[in-house]
Design a protein around this ligand. Structure first.
Ligand SMILES: NC(=O)c1ccc[n+]([C@@H]2O[C@H](COP(=O)([O-])OP(=O)(O)OC[C@H]3O[C@@H](n4cnc5c(N)ncnc54)[C@H](O)[C@@H]3O)[C@@H](O)[C@H]2O)c1
Length: 269
């Protein structure tokens, strides 16, 4: 079973965790609609999947634009006959939108705060709404949202992102309730730092990036950055029929960093 023949829509899958999940799901037999703002990168991901013998198409979509989102879901249904899995992956961090030194409340422009909330918490709701007519026809429907350890714990220069991820975590639970009568499961997951461009930008905003990266890693019981494909494996599991009893929940994927209050050095690691 697994994700074989499941039809995925993955937002923001031109790079990072979305790209890795698209490629992994396709390698496991899923049919994948890759979508992104960045057409060059998104097309390249779909092309790479097809060259590896997988099934994928690319569709441009700015997740904050309801017309784009509606067109994405229509294109997905046309390409593969329906939608089984919506992976609301597209996301941004304030460090990608403004001068890295301006990401605390004293200096951050209000529009930056609002934009992060719009992309990370409002847009997944819009995507879920427009995917609904197709998901309700599926026999194994689920929505999988990208939350973060930032949905339960604070970090420096992270107030917009943390607010958005706390929001998507509660949105997940509320949509799970709304959609349970339709047989649609809704879950989310919370990674700590995963090796992608987003985290590279976040680390760069520190006065001492090398030390800051070390401090992020040091709190983990698995003291390294996570890999995008490790998150992809979790998404594929949550999407699969084997996860049919998992609904309305948040799953940490953080190398144990929130399990305790020490650092790896305390354990001689
Ligand atoms: N990398 C991490 O450590 C980490 C940790 C926790 C959660 N996450 C979440 O995982 C998701 C993916 O993160 P990533 O690290 O792969 O980031 P990334 O920056 O590598 O990729 C994000 C992708 O989203 C796309 N995107 C941005 N705005 C968009 C929009 N309006 N419409 C459509 N696409 C848009 C970008 O073009 C990019 O391809 C995000 O929601 C992020 O918050 C990441």
């Amino acid at each position: 079973m697994g994700v074989q023949d499941l039809r995925f829509v993955i937002t923001g899958s031109g790079t990072g965790i979305g790209e890795a999940t698209a490629k992994l799901a396709a390698s496991k037999g899923a049919k994948v609609v890759v979508s992104d703002l960045n057409d060059e990168k998104g097309e390249a991901v779909a092309q790479a999947i097809r060259e590896d013998g997988g099934a994928a198409v690319y569709e441009h979509c700015d997740v904050t634009d309801p017309d784009d989102v509606k067109a994405l879901m229509e294109a997905a249904a046309e390409a593969f006959g329906g939608i089984d899995v919506l992976h609301n992956n597209a996301g941004i961090h304030e460090t990608g939108l403004t001068d890295p030194g301006s990401c605390n409340i004293a200096d951050m422009p209000i529009d930056v705060f609002k934009k992060v909330i719009e992309v990370n918490a409002v847009a997944p709701w819009i995507c879920s709404k427009f995917a609904l007519p197709y998901l309700r026809e599926s026999h194994n429907a689920s929505i999988i949202n990208a939350a973060s350890t930032g949905s339960q714990s604070a970090y420096p220069n992270n107030s917009a992102y943390g607010t958005s991820k706390g929001g998507i975590r509660l949105q997940t639970q509320n949509l799970a309730v709304d959609l349970a009568p339709l047989g649609i499961r809704v879950n989310c997951y919370g990674p700590t730092a995963i090796a992608t461009n987003m985290v590279a930008d976040y680390i760069k905003q520190s006065d001492d990036p090398a030390a800051f990266e070390q401090s992020l890693i040091a709190t983990g019981l698995v003291p390294r950055l996570g890999q995008p494909v490790e998150v992809g494996e979790l998404v594929c599991f949550l999407a699969s029929p084997e996860a049919g009893f998992i609904n309305g929940t948040y799953i940490l994927i953080d190398g144990g960093s929130l399990a305790w209050r020490g650092t790896a050095a305390d354990l001689g690691m």
